[in-house]
Unconditional design. Structure first.
Length: 499
């Protein structure tokens, strides 16, 4: 016969009780445990931990009355578990905490016991898992915040079993709390909110998701003090979750297909570029969005180890940075490897890094003007550019100037002597221009030094007739070549510009 559950423990007692007993998988029945062996299992065992003790034995026990050493104990292992065993730990003081190494706990945070608190664990044959906890009820103290108050002080609030409880009312003008004081190391604070007038900021406490908490009537929040920081343990909201529970550590989820009617957004993870690309400069595995800060354009940001299919978006503000892989000698950027290999990223740029193989990342850079830089691109169907409208002007300024990065231009002109100006040369750029009923004059951005069809000089321009298509190709940092096509597609020499 295996005992697989016990529903309760009488406080401060070591006597046996009538309990629901699961016997050989059958429905529970009330029974008195008179067997000496079973009495040994069901009678709460008083255990006092020694100085520095980190382990606890559950062998033959379903209930433990646990007392800690004066120096405190952090339990990292619970031995002697049998598959199906349930263990109830009742804490006799505030000197013991059960860590995640000992059991899989709710919120993945250590359980700091207070006097008369209970923690219920279940052993599945491999590890202990928490299935319940109970915090001992204590006195609740009412607090009302004054106008503009930004702090909560619970020094005078009595602690019962290491827990202080307050019922908090905000001022009509609302309060943002930036400081919580009056807790000692290991103490907890339970706040019951009376209204929606209080915001607990991330300055006051380390909150789930690192998002400010806005109260609502009947909400509760439990905080604990670890000697350095006040941290949120849990919250219960009457109107649903308020904020993102991103700070919780959870098991990774693999989804084959995900459909979102509105969209899925990832919060940006802050990374700071460093001279060696280490510590704050390393992007953690699984990161999707990265907000980069950099104090020097030569500082480095390091991509995580390659996982094929992963895509990482990075954005940097005022200062640029250098992007490298986790192992530049063997993992490439745009098919380039070698010690010290990096991509220079300009200020105010967005970077899209896609892991395409176990040894290569493909990176695209988008400037703050929307210009996209790719090392290479392959389109199975094709890429089409929407024409940009430009209107020739008397001197080529304003609507007569073509912006950098433009591919297709629809030209309109009111006068054959009006001018369209090409952008500054970028070798390899090709610009297609088409004009309708009235022609125009085509110039480079600096006719005196940048040639058009091998002609330079102040005011040099190429006459373009009505209903003509021009293809202008930048062949060097100081030269454009223009080819003409008439309205029936016949190519012609580009012509010779003149002044």
């Amino acid at each position: 016969m295996r005992i697989s559950a016990w529903t309760g423990l009488a406080k401060n007692t070591t006597t046996t009780r009538k309990l629901p007993i699961f016997v050989d998988g059958k429905d529970p029945v009330l029974g008195t445990l008179n067997s000496a062996d079973l009495a040994a299992v069901y009678t709460p065992v008083a255990v006092t931990l020694g100085a520095g003790a980190t382990s606890l034995s559950a062998s033959g026990r379903s209930a433990i009355l646990l007392t800690g050493d004066a120096g405190g104990n952090s339990v990292s292992s619970i031995s002697g578990g049998v598959q199906g065993q349930t263990l109830i730990i009742e804490f006799q003081d505030s000197l013991v905490n059960i860590t995640n190494a000992a059991a899989k706990l709710m919120l993945n945070e250590a359980f700091y016991g207070k006097q008369f608190d209970t923690l219920t664990l279940f052993y599945d044959g491999t590890r202990w898992e928490e299935i319940g906890r109970n915090r001992h009820v204590g006195t609740v103290t009412a607090q009302t915040l004054g106008a503009g108050a930004t702090a909560i002080d619970v020094t005078s609030v009595p602690a019962i079993g290491g827990v202080k409880k307050i019922r908090l009312t905000g001022d009509a003008g609302a309060n943002t709390i930036n400081s919580i004081t009056g807790l000692v190391n290991g103490e907890s604070l339970e706040i019951a909110f009376v209204d929606a007038l209080v915001t607990i900021s991330t300055t006051a406490a380390k909150l789930l998701g690192n998002v400010n908490y806005v109260s609502a009537a009947h909400d509760t929040m439990v905080l604990t003090y670890d000697g350095t920081n006040v941290r949120e343990v849990s919250r219960q909201q009457q109107t649903g979750l308020n904020g993102v529970l991103g700070a919780q550590t959870a098991r990774a989820a693999t989804v084959t297909t995900l459909t979102a009617t509105t969209g899925v957004q990832s919060a940006g993870v802050a990374r700071t570029a460093t001279a060696d690309g280490l510590t704050t400069a390393v992007i953690a595995a699984g990161t999707r969005m990265v907000d980069v800060t950099s104090g020097n354009s030569t500082h480095l940001i390091t991509l995580p180890a390659p996982v094929v299919g992963n895509i990482i978006d990075l954005y940097v503000g005022a200062n640029g940075f250098r992007l490298q892989t986790n192992d530049p000698a063997t993992v490439g950027l745009n098919n380039t490897t070698g010690g010290g290999t990096y991509l220079q990223i300009a200020a105010n740029s967005r970077v899209i890094a896609a892991c395409v193989t176990a040894t290569n990342w493909v990176v695209a850079i988008i400037t703050n003007t929307g210009e996209l830089t790719l090392t290479s691109a392959t389109a199975s169907v094709g890429v089409q550019c929407t024409p940009v409208a430009r209107t020739a002007t008397a001197d080529g300024t304003g609507t007569g100037t073509i912006a950098p990065g433009t591919r297709e231009v629809a030209v309109t002109s009111a006068d054959a002597n009006h001018i369209i100006i090409l952008p500054a040369p970028v070798v390899g750029n090709v610009i297609n221009l088409h004009v309708g009923a009235t022609g125009y004059e085509l110039r480079t951005s600096n006719p005196a030094t940048i040639s058009l069809n091998n002609v330079t000089g102040a005011g040099v321009e190429l006459a373009v007739a009505a209903n003509t298509h021009i293809q202008a190709r930048c062949v060097s940092a100081t030269a454009w070549i223009a080819t003409k096509f008439d309205n029936v597609g016949a190519p012609a020499g580009g012509g010779t510009p003149d002044a």
